[in-house]
Design a protein around this ligand. Sequence first.
Ligand SMILES: *Cc1c(COP(=O)(O)O)cnc(C)c1O
Length: 217
Amino acid sequence: MSLNEIKSRIQKAEETTGRPVGSTQLIAVSKVQPNERVHAVLQQGHRLFGENKVQEAEGKWPDFKKEFPDTKVHLIGPLQTNKVKNAVALFDAIHAVDRPKLAKKLATEIQSQGKAPDMFIQVNTGEEEQKAGVLPAEADTFIKECFALDLPIIGLMVIPPVNEEASLHFALLRKIAERNGLTGLSMGMSGDFERAVALGATHVRVGSAIFGERDYR
Ligand SMILES: *Cc1c(COP(=O)(O)O)cnc(C)c1O
């Protein structure tokens, strides 16, 4: 597939479900991809990317941003507290805020850097042990804690369990967001982004469908 094909599929999903065209932002997930592939997508005019590791992003984005200064990069993977300083400095948004210790560290770092990336709270809707994210039953309380810290929380983020129908998880995320007055929904990947758009995603995170399979060797 190509960038343009993904964009037109997003648009089609917006149209068929009565959403305004252009209301879904496409985050091109460039983790692990060779720099040539990322550069090619930048040259096609795309300017919003996602990475899941702070160190990996630091190794490529400062250079790409020199050539394409209006580029935005979002951190979509888990964040360790010892990387918060670097993450706040580098990223335009952070998608995996999921625990009080991290929230407090982010608040402190925003103060000291005078720079505040947009934030999403990750919800572990599948209640999977190995997965990051706040549990659905604890989400309302944690969201309020983040508001009390003045974090710029714009929405919620989910990675559904691999063997379950993603739409159920997208719908649950949306419900939690709505009852907390949050409008941002970071949900949908290469295999299910159209279903996510249909359920109101404001940000879809698509990697392999744009760049090809990741080679982890
Ligand atoms: C890697 C990753 C994606 C993209 O996955 P694809 O299946 O390649 O589209 C989306 N979200 C997160 C959090 C990821 O880590």
